[in-house]
Write a protein that binds this ligand. Structure first.
Ligand code: SF4
Length: 472
């Protein structure tokens, strides 16, 4: 991507939007902006191989400094978007919105006193978002709005990271070490994690924190044996008996009746069993060492174990999948009636095997058909979208949506995705995010080996978190 920009410092706005609209395609953007105290205008020219398009946009300026910056970026984005529309096959579903958290914009509108209908119209008009996407966004934002009202200072959410998996999925960009690494580092990793949990327990007691939600994710937490799962979860449960408690058990190939029973005994109420697809050929292509029959069995075991809620993760646009394949997966999963279904759109992330193979995502029209079917089918069965987000390098620039049956929404997912509430995260690569007075982060060493070796400085860093709660 080449950007020639005159009269503006909104390069980031152009980069983000161009990447959202054109992905990795080569494109040159020429943008000229004029700003007076009365109005801001922009002219944008796009050049791609032998094609060229041109568009302009303008808005009235404001005396307010913040408002003026916002308007400036909006004008620049609008000029680029209008020029892009002349090159794209069809208008993007999310219009000129390039951010990863669209529901946050709606929540801000609701908090400013606008009705959901007004907020939806504003999103459609300001960013050219299509009405069905805007409606999804409003529904999700209403959940976030009510959670935000309910949280008080000293409410925290706890995340624990288990960065090991039985094998690596071809689309994965997370730091997830193999089963061999788990055999080598697993024991030392859990010991280091227990030391960090001890520091967290001390913080909770000294600062009088209330844990609202616990989420153990990965990686694949169910790679731990039943005793370790029990020890870990029971220790946390004692600290937060009333908190929502989710374990992303994850891959069906490591889920067993003993492990699920250990989780239930330790007080875990919610579990994720994730097939991503029910097509065996795809499961093999993406490097997962399980079949759809393994998923059905793991799901049945989770039901028998008596969890309050089971979540199932799916991905639209996996390599080689047709619309029919994905519809079959949606039909198979909805027939099981899990309390939560999360539908992702495949994102080809930089550090994934797929990216190394220069994999090209499915065409936007195919992804649109898949997501449309998923959204309609799932919502007809009584679920509502309760959080959503978008990612970079996502085919067709669509979205990931968490659907829940009424009353089964996962508090942790809402808070994480909407950046509300304070999340204290433990384990390798875990990112603590404190959200009052602006967002502040602490990120632990990325790899298990570094985390184990650096655990003393990780613990020393707890002073910083403690200080934050003194300020409350
Ligand atoms: S199970 Fe999840 S974390 Fe593990 S390799 Fe696959 S996508 Fe990555």
């Amino acid at each position: 991507m080449r950007i020639l920009l005159e009269g503006s410092d909104a390069r980031y706005t152009l980069e983000q939007l161009a990447q959202t609209l054109f992905g990795s395609q080569e494109i040159e953007i020429q943008c000229r902006v004029r700003q007076t105290h009365k109005r801001i205008s922009a002219v944008c020219v796009l050049i791609q191989e032998d094609r060229q398009s041109r568009a302009c946009a303008w808005l009235q300026n404001s005396n307010d400094k913040y408002e003026c910056q916002h308007t400036h970026r909006l004008v620049v984005a609008r000029a680029l978007y209008r020029a892009a529309l002349q090159m794209l096959d069809s208008p993007p579903q999310w219009g000129m919105l390039s951010g990863v958290r669209p529901a946050k914009l709606i929540r801000a509108q609701l908090e400013a006193g606008h009705t959901p209908e007004q907020a939806q119209r504003w999103l459609e008009k300001t960013y050219d978002v299509q009405s069905d996407k805007a409606a999804l966004c409003v529904t999700a934002a209403k959940f976030a709005f009510s959670v935000h009202q309910d949280l008080v200072p000293r409410d925290v959410l706890l995340y624990l990271h288990i960065p090991f998996c039985p094998s690596r999925c071809s689309y994965c960009s997370f730091v997830s070490m193999s089963a061999g690494d788990y055999a080598q580092y697993g024991e030392a990793y859990i010991q280091a994690l227990m030391r960090e949990i001890f520091a967290f327990e001390t913080l909770v007691k000294t600062r009088g924190l209330r844990i609202r939600s616990v989420y153990i994710g990965g990686g694949t937490p169910a790679i731990l044996d039943a005793d370790k799962l029990y020890d870990l979860c029971a220790r946390i449960h004692v600290l937060a008996p009333a908190a929502e408690f989710t374990v992303e058990a994850g891959r069906p190939d490591v889920i067993s009746a003993q492990k699920l029973a250990a989780l239930r005994r330790a007080g875990v109420e919610r579990v994720c069993v994730n097939p991503q697809t029910l097509k065996n050929q795809t499961l093999s292509v993406i490097g997962r060492k399980h079949t759809s029959a393994d998923f059905y069995q793991a799901f049945a075991l989770a039901r028998q174990a008596g969890f309050q809620a089971i979540n199932v993760d799916l991905i639209a646009g996996l390599p080689g999948e047709t619309e029919e394949d994905f519809y079959n997966t949606i039909d198979g999963v909805t027939a099981l009636a899990p309390e939560n279904i999360t539908v992702h759109t495949l994102a080809v992330k930089r550090s994934s095997f797929l990216n190394a193979e220069a994999y090209q995502p499915a065409p936007a029209s195919r992804l649109h058909a898949m997501l449309d079917y998923a959204e309609k089918t799932i919502m007809q069965k009584g679920y509502a979208p309760y959080y959503l987000y978008r990612q970079k390098n996502m085919g067709g620039s669509f979205e990931n949506i968490g659907f829940a049956k009424p009353g089964e929404e996962c508090l942790y997912n809402i808070c994480m995705m909407e950046e509300i509430g304070d999340v204290i995260a433990l384990g390798a690569g875990a990112s603590t995010k404190l959200t009052r007075h602006g967002i502040r982060r602490r990120v632990n060493p990325k790899y298990p080996r570094e985390y184990i070796a650096g655990i003393d400085s990780v613990l020393a860093d707890f002073d910083w978190i403690e200080q934050y709660f003194y300020e409350e």
